[in-house]
Ligand binder design. Structure first.
Ligand code: AMP
Length: 254
């Protein structure tokens, strides 16, 4: 295939950060908190770059929707081997209210504009755990989808996708153009090395507004409140197995 792959990358609070909710329960604290590329998006970028290295595709284009900070995420993807970037510029206020539907509309519009043969996304973003963007993008484009991919094989005009399903794997064959979402076992993403970070500075990042793509930023959902999970009660230490059994009986657990 001599086509183009579009990869969506999202900037999220780093997976190692302990999440705290805002005092008014309107969301989570993001100011002054370490952010990085959503781990499933790293896997999506890696897969696209591998397809290019195997000469199965000719270009990898990465897209991130959000305020200017997402440029950092795009640059990381470029340092991993993507060819060029598209920053879909959304103000911080709007970005707080939009959901997967608006992002899907943007990705679908770009997939058409760029004449992409494949859109590869993460299976979900670890901040709001939506797991909706890939599915909605495929539906808006009326393209087949291979979600939760553990293996992706391009075979001419078709793609074989091995999917992670409950208790096993499902292998499907879909026609391109298609949407694929990356699961954890698809690959191990490479690190962006310093020389590649330097090289990536020369790669182009286009700036696009949602309105240029005919997409409005009116959200259809409102977050009512965000709560922290209940604190776990402290455990108990017991000296012997007999004590343990006694305590479990007391608590009605056996
Ligand atoms: P979600 O449906 O929100 O769990 O996100 C699934 C995937 O959609 C992510 O792993 C990204 O590949 C893509 N995606 C979600 N939000 C954005 C965004 N703001 N910019 C670019 N891609 C995104």
């Amino acid at each position: 295939m001599s086509g183009r792959v579009l990869v969506g990358v999202k900037r999220v609070v780093d997976y190692a950060v302990k999440i705290r909710t805002k005092a008014d329960n309107s969301g989570v604290v993001t100011d002054g908190v370490k952010h990085s590329m959503n781990p499933f998006c790293e896997i999506a970028v890696e897969e696209a770059v591998r397809l290019k290295e195997k000469k199965l595709i000719k270009e990898v284009v990465v897209v991130s929707c959000g305020p200017e900070q997402v440029l950092e995420t795009i640059r990381t993807a470029l340092a991993m081997g993507a060819d060029r970037g598209i920053h879909v510029d959304i103000s911080a206020e709007e970005y707080n209210t939009i959901g997967p539907l608006q992002v899907s509309k943007i990705l679908a519009a770009l997939a058409k504009k760029e004449e992409a043969q494949l859109v590869i996304l993460g299976k979900q973003a670890i901040d709001d755990d939506c797991n909706q963007t890939g599915q909605m993008t495929a539906a808006l484009l009326d393209w087949p989808q291979g979600t939760f991919a553990a293996e992706v094989v391009l075979e001419g005009e078709r793609v074989k996708v091995v999917r992670e399903v409950d208790g096993g794997q499902e292998t499907i064959m879909i026609n391109i153009p298609a949407v694929v979402t990356a699961d954890l076992r698809l690959n191990t993403p490479r690190y962006a090395t310093l020389p590649n970070i330097m090289k990536a500075k020369k790669k182009k990042i286009a700036n696009v507004k949602p309105a240029d793509l005919g997409v409005d930023m009116i959200s259809r959902l409102e977050v009512l409140k965000v709560d922290e999970p209940p604190q776990r009660k402290a455990g108990l230490k017991v000296e012997t197995v007999a004590d343990l059994v006694g305590k479990l009986k007391e608590a009605g657990r056996i």
